[in-house]
Design a protein around this ligand. Structure first.
Ligand SMILES: [Zn+2]
Length: 440
């Protein structure tokens, strides 16, 4: 949510790439996925977040090209296909299969009922019935796909038809091993190659002195966690030893996309709470332009920075300010969210458990900071109108409303944080203060 400002970016990227110089993928031209890795190696390591999305897009296209002879490509385009799970052997932890999720055509019976329901509400039905009958036959063909070379897919379909979930969901899961043995082998080998070469454990090891997770954090970690703007993210070390560093969150989860396990722009220095709140949430989605995009704000994408947006609101601001000024009592503070926030911002607030709507009540970490907000608002209490008047007379000998306003603005500038993303809760406090000063 808060953009990470980088210094000497070019040098950092060079250093990062140089460190992984040794990475090589066995140039096996028979495996299109290994060829894919080799082609994209540098962009995977130091490509921008947008580049990472392009790589995912290309990967799915590559998968579909490889499945042209099997029904997978008939049932979906690459935008409706996702890898959702890497399946492992319980004991050896070796990858045994890769699970896909496909958006499956809605069963014809359900589609027909849905259309008829809508039709019943209309008087002129003939034209729509025509469209429906022209649509029905290709759909029927698709559903009753009889010449499938793979029995296993039919088995799944039959099974799903018999179960209730199929009628409720429009998704179908499929394993690489059920599609084609050589496709399965090639895909699994690519995943194994990723895990071996893009090795995060090796990168994060303390033994690794030259360029490591520690060095990366020292170079890029902001003062405060870029996801929550709450917790500090310092690196504590001296010449001999490294003591602690922020956690590195894999923005694109490495459990599904291990090719991004050591990618420079995919390693986000963050606090423990954020790294664990997000877990292995799949942050990739298809947007309204049929392109892959991120569901959450990316700390390395400048336009995702929320610093200059208004996000938080203070409920019953007038009462809150009055209680502070007139009674010097602890006001009852309720933080709300601005209406019509971008979905990406709302998703981020929810993913990091910062603020989400639960049973019509805002919950999350940001709703447990009333003490900090009230302390910050109390600064206003120290400059009530009477004090401003006195100051004004002292400075200008006469009290005019213009002078008061300019003094107020001066004070607000002093109170407000100019660099809120480098101050714990800076954004929350700034937004609340901005509202409160309207009631001076
Ligand atoms: Zn955090």
């Amino acid at each position: 949510m808060y953009y990470i400002e980088l210094k000497n970016t070019e040098l950092l990227l060079k250093q990062h790439l140089a460190h992984f110089e040794y990475i090589s993928f066995n140039c096996n031209n028979d495996n299109p996925f290994i060829v894919f890795l080799n082609t994209n190696r540098n962009n995977i390591l130091i490509g921008s977040p947008t580049k990472h999305l392009e790589i995912i897009n290309d990967l799915y296209q590559c998968i579909l090209t490889e499945t042209q002879t099997v029904p997978l490509s008939e049932y979906c385009d690459f935008n409706t296909m996702k890898i959702i799970q890497i399946m492992r052997n319980n004991e050896t932890k070796n990858i045994i299969d890769i699970q896909f999720e496909l958006v499956w055509p809605m069963p014809l019976k359900i589609l027909r009922n849905k259309i008829l329901k809508k039709l019943n509400k209309r008087t002129d039905k003939s034209d729509i019935l025509d469209i429906f009958s022209s649509l029905a036959s290709p759909l029927q063909e698709l559903i009753n796909y009889k010449n499938s070379p793979l029995d296993t897919i039919d088995d799944i379909v039959n099974y799903k038809r018999q179960t209730k979930t199929f009628w409720k969901q429009e998704f179908l899961t499929l394993h690489a091993s059920q599609i084609d043995p050589s496709f399965h082998k090639n895909l699994v080998n690519m995943y194994l190659a990723c895990e071996k070469e893009f090795n995060y454990s090796l990168f994060s090891s303390k033994e690794n002195k030259r360029w490591s997770a520690y060095q990366l954090c020292k170079a890029v970690a902001p003062r405060i966690c870029p996801y929550c703007n709450r917790n500090h993210t310092p690196v504590i070390s001296n010449a001999e030893r490294d003591f602690c560093r922020p956690e590195l969150d894999h923005f694109i989860p490495k459990s599904i996309y291990p090719m991004f396990a050591v990618s420079f722009y995919n390693l986000i220095p963050s606090c423990h709470s954020c790294n664990h709140s997000k877990q292995a949430l799949d942050v990739i989605k298809k947007d309204c332009f049929d392109k892959f995009s991120f569901k959450l704000c990316h700390p390395h994408v400048k336009k995702d920075d929320v610093t200059s947006h208004s996000i938080f609101t203070l409920e019953n601001t007038q009462d809150v300010v009055e209680q502070l000024i007139n009674y010097n009592s602890s006001p009852n503070i309720t933080v709300g969210l601005e209406p019509n926030l971008e979905t990406k911002i709302l998703n981020s607030l929810e993913a990091f458990h910062l603020s989400f709507n639960f049973s019509n009540k805002q919950q999350g970490f940001y709703h447990h900071h009333d003490k900090e907000i009230s302390d910050s608002l109390r600064l206003i209490y120290h400059y009530p109108k009477t004090a401003l008047n006195k100051l004004n007379i002292l400075l200008y000998q006469n009290s005019t409303s213009e002078n008061i306003v300019s003094l107020q603005n001066l004070l607000i500038e002093q109170i407000m944080s100019t660099d809120c993303k480098n101050e714990s809760l800076g954004k929350l406090k700034n937004d609340c203060l901005k509202e409160a000063v309207k009631y001076w």
